[in-house]
Write a new protein. Structure first.
Length: 176
């Protein structure tokens, strides 16, 4: 079981690296237009992006971002690093990538690895708001793989009910 989890982390790290390098292959090309339905694999990772600075460079926010949404985190000066009392930190939970495309009638394999955040209440809905993947709790260190077919043009919404609005992703389904 340990090796499976390590392999999943390595695979997802490679995917995120490929995305960062501009090698995302999930976007349809002109050659895909009019193509027959296909199988489409989508890999995402649940991550928390963090940033920090010090009060010497920038004043902390006047409103604690974590009070606005559970999707945001905040550690005030003195909390972020006891050895650096002027340092403060913010974070945001997100799915990465948060936007992908597919074509009508494609068979989708969605695989999400949970790297950050202990628990996520995740659900996928179609463009009409119909539930495609029922709400379930997805936990850190695990990979969740779901299969479905996109049968409507428009935006399918993947959302963590705990960490919204920042932790959402869109699968845009285009006509042939």
């Amino acid at each position: 079981m340990q090796w499976h989890a390590i392999g999943a982390v390595a695979r997802h790290a490679a995917i995120v690296t490929g995305i960062s390098a501009g090698m995302l292959t999930g976007f349809p090309t002109a050659a895909d237009v009019g193509a027959q339905p296909r199988r489409h694999s989508i890999y995402m990772t649940a991550v928390e992006f963090r940033g920090s600075t010090s009060t010497d460079k920038l004043a902390p926010p006047s409103i604690d971002p974590s009070k606005l949404s559970q999707g945001y985190t905040y550690k005030a000066p003195g909390q972020a690093d006891p050895l650096a009392p002027r340092r403060w930190e913010v974070g945001s939970f997100q799915f990465s990538p948060s936007f992908v495309t597919a074509y009508l009638d494609d068979s989708i394999m969605l695989s999400v690895f949970i790297a950050d955040g202990d628990h996520h209440d995740v659900q996928l809905t179609d463009p009409d708001g119909r539930v495609v993947i029922a709400k379930a709790t997805w936990d850190r260190g695990r990979e969740y793989t779901k299969f479905f077919q996109v049968d409507k043009v428009g935006d399918y919404h993947l959302e963590c009910g705990i960490h919204r609005p920042s932790m959402t992703a869109t699968i845009m389904v285009l006509p042939h």
